[in-house]
Ligand binder design. Structure first.
Ligand code: NI
Length: 360
């Protein structure tokens, strides 16, 4: 009974908070910030009949696995031990009862709906069914979701700051234009680097991948074709990662346990999945922005400004035959010479992780 009262107050609160915008928002989603485990998450939303709807994938920010079931035209959520299904267009949701091995229907006041192809679900109902907490703060007019799940962060932006080491990393490749030039420079300077590769490019340029491994460089998984994982169903995220592992296994007989998310963007659910798959998420501390077509001098300047011991430097090695990565090639020998002069030693990301472990 008490739960029921809280639930209604909550709905009223949410209704009032969004009421001013709701008149115009029935058909067109608006933008708002909702706090998930105290982190602000920007999301689209709709208010319909006093209920707050968000895109189903929003729940990934709270650590829930979210999938689309084509057969039943339904969104399936998994969180902790709960599994629930919200079929589009129906005033019902189902909870899977493991012991009885059946789906138990719950009547729903709000209909799950599709807007521009995106399924929208009633946030409060979904969150409650997944045993999350939702509160609305009248004073600040903010909505807070507490996921009630612990997910180890498991990401590395830089290594041990007490060691004067740096890791050069190259993303999105390989290709057959920039990659050989980069490998030539690294070979000449005797510097190991780490390549975070896209599965589709591994399949397209297997000789380059073989050369990368033969010449002693580290490799990592950078998804199959570079989607924003925050906007992908959990099964698609899994496929992106596993198909890339498959290609690497096929080409060089090795599967990395280093992962770099496209755009450095992951939800809590993606981190949870990557943890379960045994990956470390490798980000960076120096963003050269080389893909913007910067010159070698400009890239060197950025490295100079941002680098510190243990730094991980982000560059790219995929861009077909265009001129946009010429700066990367220009900058590379300069970066190596400069940092060496300052006393840096270059290591792969894997070595950086090992050094961190040994020095603990
Ligand atoms: Ni990338």
């Amino acid at each position: 009974m008490r739960r029921y009262v809280i639930f209604c107050l909550l709905c009223t609160g949410l209704f009032f908070s969004f009421a001013t915008a709701s008149a115009a928002s029935e058909e067109k989603p608006l933008q708002a910030v909702i706090y998930v485990d105290e982190q602000p998450v920007k999301t689209e939303y709709i208010v319909k009949n006093g209920h707050l709807y968000v895109p189903a994938l929003f729940l990934k920010h709270a650590g829930a696995f979210v999938n689309w079931n084509r057969q039943y035209n339904a969104v399936i959520f998994q969180h902790n031990e709960k599994m629930i299904s919200f079929p589009v267009g129906k005033k019902v949701f189902y909870e899977f009862l493991r012991k009885e091995n059946r789906w138990d229907p719950h009547p729903l006041a709000e209909v799950t709906m599709k807007m521009n192809g995106t399924p929208y679900v009633p946030l409060v109902t979904v969150a409650k069914a997944l045993e999350m907490d939702v509160t609305y703060d009248r004073a600040s007019r903010n909505t807070y979701v507490t996921s009630n799940v612990e997910v180890a962060e498991n990401q590395l932006l830089y290594g041990d700051r007490r060691l004067k080491v740096g890791a050069l990393t190259f993303d999105d490749g390989p290709d057959d234009y920039y990659t050989p030039q980069i490998l030539d420079i690294l070979k000449e300077k005797n510097v190991p680097a780490t390549f975070f590769m896209m599965g589709k490019n591994v399949a397209k340029y297997p000789q380059q991948v073989k050369r990368i491994v033969q010449e002693g460089h580290g490799i990592g998984n950078h998804t199959y074709d570079h989607p924003d994982l925050r906007k992908a169903w959990t099964t698609d995220v899994t496929n992106q990662i596993q198909s890339t592992q498959y290609e690497l296994m096929r080409v060089v007989g090795r599967q990395p346990d280093l992962f770099r998310p496209p755009y450095g963007a992951l939800t809590k659910a993606d981190v949870k999945l990557l943890n379960e798959l045994g990956f470390r998420n490798i980000l960076w501390s120096v963003d050269t922005l080389d893909w913007k077509g910067k010159t070698g001098e400009e890239i060197l300047e950025i490295v100079h400004e941002q680098v510190f011991p243990g730094g991980i430097i982000l560059q790219h090695n995929f861009g077909a035959t265009g001129g946009e990565l010429h700066g990367t090639i220009e900058a590379l020998p300069m970066i190596i010479d400069e940092l060496r002069k300052e006393g840096y030693t270059f290591v792969t990301v894997q070595t950086m992780l090992d050094l961190q472990k040994w020095n603990r």
